[in-house]
Design a binder for this molecule. Structure first.
Ligand SMILES: [Zn+2]
Length: 188
């Protein structure tokens, strides 16, 4: 509970001032890498920054956060994914975060942040739209989703990573049905 209050406090401060997050972060140092440039091409994300260690107080490791046109990631996670050249995965991720950017800019970043952190149903709605976009890119890029992926997703989004926005069964059905729908659409 204290963690949650602290978390909301940090985010509201960050959203209001738009400098809170930046204060504890630094710019990614590989944005000129040709592979990174290919990953970022055409995206709504204009800047990638590394989260400072303090972010771990309120955010699970290995998670991404997008505030306006800036995406925050962990240096080790970002570099490892780049090093492994996981192009399709990264294009999907950037597409996901770009959906957050576009919708934040549409409604205003602060309004969006408040909705996101205070309302589980708003959060789940925003994530469903973002994940669907991510999966479209990944399935089109040749990713084959298997049951283990559905289970991982359902565990992640129903767990503490997203501060309880939905339940396991709803999340499992959502990914299974959405992937099937995307595969159908791609066949056409
Ligand atoms: Zn998201």
């Amino acid at each position: 509970m204290i963690r949650k209050i602290l978390f909301i406090g940090v985010i509201l401060t960050a959203a209001t001032t738009m400098s809170g997050c930046r204060l504890f972060s630094r710019p990614a140092d590989n944005m000129n890498d040709p592979f990174v440039q290919r990953v970022m091409q055409g995206s709504a994300i204009k800047e990638v920054r590394y989260k400072g260690k303090i972010w771990r107080v309120c955010m699970a490791p290995n998670t991404y956060a997008t505030v306006g046109e800036t995406m925050y990631t962990e240096e080790e996670v970002w570099k490892k994914t780049i090093e492994e050249q996981r192009f399709t995965y990264l294009r999907g991720l950037i597409a996901h975060e770009s959906v957050h950017t576009a919708r934040q800019l549409q409604s205003g970043v602060t309004v969006w942040m408040i909705g996101y952190f205070l309302s589980p149903s708003f959060r789940w709605e925003e994530e469903r739209i973002a994940y669907e976009t991510e999966w479209k890119v990944q399935v089109a890029g040749g990713f084959v989703f298997v049951n283990a992926d559905y289970i991982t997703f359902a565990n992640d989004v129903s767990g503490s990573m997203y501060y309880g926005m939905t339940d396991y069964n709803t999340a499992y059905s959502f990914i299974k049905d959405t992937i099937a729908k995307i595969q159908e659409e791609l066949k056409k």
